[in-house]
Design a protein around this ligand. Structure first.
Ligand code: ATP
Ligand code: MG
Length: 716
């Protein structure tokens, strides 16, 4: 390095450089999206090693996802031009697992402990609640699971749970059950996700000599996305940072989007109190987005109160305005985005520079089908593709058994889902008989129920009831539409109810997915046609070239960037979500707005915001209002392409937001601009539908009836 600066510093602006070089003491880089926070962190990591300040294992770097960890590893390797073995880069969870394996015995585990998933966790809790004679209907185990998770996010061990909170479950049994659960986990040599962090904290607090060892080792600590840390993670960082006090956190209060999972934006706001003498660096130049996109995003987030506030600028030029499009309905939204993407492709844009970012998981379905129709490769990140999701497969399994009673795989999947007291032993008997006679499980089930010594009484009753249900559903199919049937089946089987009772954070999303499934079925003439369509969709899903469109939720998109970003579904009730509007008040709304900000600021070159005037929810058409966030995008940075005569709404904002009316009913009176164009759009739509059906649908319709499930089975 003699005779000048190392190359990795050259491209940085002065505050970025300052942050990279300020290696001693606490440092907070507090800056808006795209200002190079992650880049600073990476360069800093490289600098520490290149400058000989630290060996790879002296550095602890926490990222938000495993993917981000891998990326950081690659980038650091590039900065210093050498491999980075021995570095501690990973998510909070992955780092805690690594630490916990070394000291497991201190919390009563062995180092080969297993990590339970949510299903196991709930099964275990259910055993415990039934020992206490707790009515599972009134106090579902899932609710307890969510509660325990919340406590663990706050690093509350059973004896530290405040009395008031323990009252929240089964008349004060919460803490007792929590303790029993922890004991059971120990016996099983297992822990759940929340334990990983909490056990490590416990060890650090109880064994100072161990903590000291880590102090000696981790001379430098770095944390990305600090605004989304929860209380436990924060405590953990404080404990570790006490050693050398070299902690560098980067984050953006405007991008705090995990409050609903216990993240505390307060952590970042309090940084200088928690780490006295902290240096704070602010970055203001945005290197990611062009002018219009940045300005639109900044102006959107300005509607939030209680933010630190930042100025951002770019010298990347104005670029294109944010394109705001009103479309007739969700299928048209998918068609329009598909068309745009094809146009980008023609212009030579790689697909991996294109992202569709949705608010809720159920929204991906419409796009996935459109992309399959158009033959555009895509990947869904942060979750399985729509038809591969557990709840969708479960619901499909019911429908498959109705369509074809010999579909054993499907029957097995749901025979005891929701739980109806059909245990392993009973099912094995059914299986044995089916094998012996060479008949499907449903038929064997019938036979065995008729036998004197077949099953225990309770099992026999509930299996008979299930088989009767299937017979009845099959009969109904003759007289009702297949979409109605689906609703009936989900309802009568108790499947929907199972998720309604579920208090885990994923449950509402699963319910939305089920509704979306019913809506999707409406596009097909009958059940056979739909099931065949699914098998085609599933078949299409194995194509592994790197250049693909990315489809994911806004939450999963944090920290990423793409040249082209599509933001569909900006409608009241979708985004902001109905749940937020109903339950979380202003605080929730502000979190939704931050999510919108995260979405827009993912775009480098071009951003599209879409809203549909009509959306099918649970098979019912509903009119929807454009999101208030659409309204908050300033005119001078947007280009409203009111496709087919739909214009952006123009509200009198003085009286506050009025969501009591739907504009389809009173378009003229409200002065929304949905005048004659509205009618034209309707006519245009009607003229289009006949010829514009997706290709897959035609194929499915043609062969409806002889539906095969081969692909769906394969995927299982
Ligand atoms: P987010 O808040 O979304 O996580 P961020 O602040 O972490 O954003 P980065 O992802 O680090 O921002 O950087 C955004 C983009 O700007 C990246 O493509 C990065 O390579 C680029 N960039 C950052 N700093 C510079 C710089 N000094 N010169 C050129 N490009 C830069
Ligand atoms: Mg970042």
């Amino acid at each position: 390095q003699a005779g000048g600066e190392p190359a990795y510093l050259k491209g940085l602006n002065p505050p970025q450089r300052e942050a990279v070089l300020a290696t001693d003491g606490p440092l907070l880089v507090l800056a808006g999206a795209g200002t190079g926070k992650t880049r600073v962190l990476t360069t800093r990591l490289g600098h520490l090693m290149a400058d000989g300040l630290a060996a790879p294992w002296n550095i602890l770097a926490v990222t938000f996802t495993n993917k981000a960890a891998r990326e950081m590893q690659d980038r650091v390797a590039r900065v210093i031009g050498a491999p980075t073995e021995g570095m501690w880069i990973g998510t909070f969870h992955s780092i805690c697992v690594r630490i916990l394996r070394r000291h497991a015995e201190l919390v009563g585990l062995q180092s080969n402990f297993s990590i339970l998933d949510t299903d196991d966790q709930i099964r275990l809790l259910k055993q415990l609640t039934s020992v206490e004679n707790i009515d599972d209907k009134r106090w579902p185990a899932r609710q307890l699971a969510a509660l325990i998770d919340r406590w663990k996010n706050k690093a509350l061990t059973p004896d530290r749970v405040p009395n008031g909170e323990a009252q929240a479950f089964a008349n004060g049994l919460g803490a007792k059950l929590y303790r029993a659960y922890q004991d059971r986990l120990k016996t099983l040599n297992a822990c759940d996700f929340g334990d990983l962090m909490m056990h490590v904290i416990t060890i650090f607090q109880a064994y100072p000599d161990i903590l000291n060892r880590y102090h000696a080792q981790f001379r430098y600590i770095m944390v990305d996305e600090y605004q989304d840390t929860n209380v436990a993670q924060y405590l953990w960082l404080r404990l570790l940072a006490r050693g050398h006090n070299n902690i560098c956190c980067v984050g953006d209060d405007d991008q705090s989007i995990y409050g609903w999972r216990g993240a505390e934006v307060g952590n970042i706001l309090r940084f200088s109190e928690d780490f006295p003498g902290a240096k704070i660096v602010r970055l203001e130049q945005n290197y990611r987005s062009t002018g219009h996109i940045l300005a639109a995003a900044s102006s959107l987030i300005a509607s939030n109160e209680g933010r630190l506030g930042k100025t951002l600028w770019t010298d990347a030029g104005e670029g294109d305005a944010v394109r705001v499009r009103g479309v007739w309905d969700a299928p048209e939204e998918a068609r329009s985005i598909g068309d745009e993407i094809e146009a980008l492709q023609v212009k030579g844009e790689p697909l991996k520079e294109i992202a569709v970012l949705v608010r809720a998981g159920f929204q991906t379905r419409e796009f996935e089908e459109r992309f399959i129709t158009l033959g555009l490769p895509y990947r869904v990140i942060g979750g399985p593709r729509f038809y591969e999701r557990a709840e969708i497969r479960d619901a499909m399994a019911y429908l498959r058994v109705i369509a074809q009673e010999s579909d054993d795989l499907a029957f097995e999947r749901i025979v005891n889902l929701p739980k109806r007291g059909l245990g392993e032993t009973s099912l094995q008997k059914v299986h044995a008989l089916a094998r012996e006679r060479g008949i499907p499980l449903t038929r064997a089930g019938r036979l065995i129920c008729g036998m004197e010594d077949g099953l225990r009484a309770a099992a026999r009753t509930s299996l008979t009831r299930l088989l009767d249900d299937f017979d009845r559903w099959r009969e109904i199919l003759g007289t009702t539409s297949h979409t109605e049937l689906a609703e009936i089946v989900l309802e009568e089987s108790g499947y929907t109810e199972m998720w309604q009772k579920d208090k885990s954070p994923e449950a509402p999303g699963r319910l939305e997915n089920l509704k979306e499934l019913v809506s999707a079925m409406g596009d097909f003439e009958n059940l056979g046609g739909f099931l065949e369509h699914i098998s085609l969709v599933m078949e299409n899903s194995n194509n592994d070239s790197a250049d693909k469109i990315t489809v994911m939720t806004l939450h999963a998109a944090k920290g990423l960037e793409f040249d082209n970003v599509f933001l569909p579904g900006w409608e009241e009730g979708i985004f902001p979500s109905q749940r937020t509007l109903d339950e979380s008040g202003v605080k929730g709304l502000e979190e939704e707005r931050r999510l919108a900000y995260v979405g827009l600021t993912r775009a480098r070159q071009r951003a599209w915001v879409y809203y549909a005037a009509n959306r099918q929810v649970f098979g019912q058409w509903q009119t929807s209002l454009p999101s208030r966030f659409v309204e908050e995008l300033p005119d001078q940075h947007t280009e409203v392409e009111a496709a087919q005569g739909l214009y952006r709404s123009r509200y009198e904002r003085t009286g506050g937001w009025n969501s009591d009316w739907t504009f389809a009913e009173q378009p003229e009176q409200k002065g929304t601009g949905y005048g004659p164009g509205w009618q034209r759009a309707r006519e245009w739509r009607q003229s289009q539908t006949a010829s514009d059906k997706p290709v897959v649908r035609k194929i499915a319709g043609a062969r409806a009836g002889g539906a095969t499930f081969s692909a769906a089975k394969k995927a299982e």
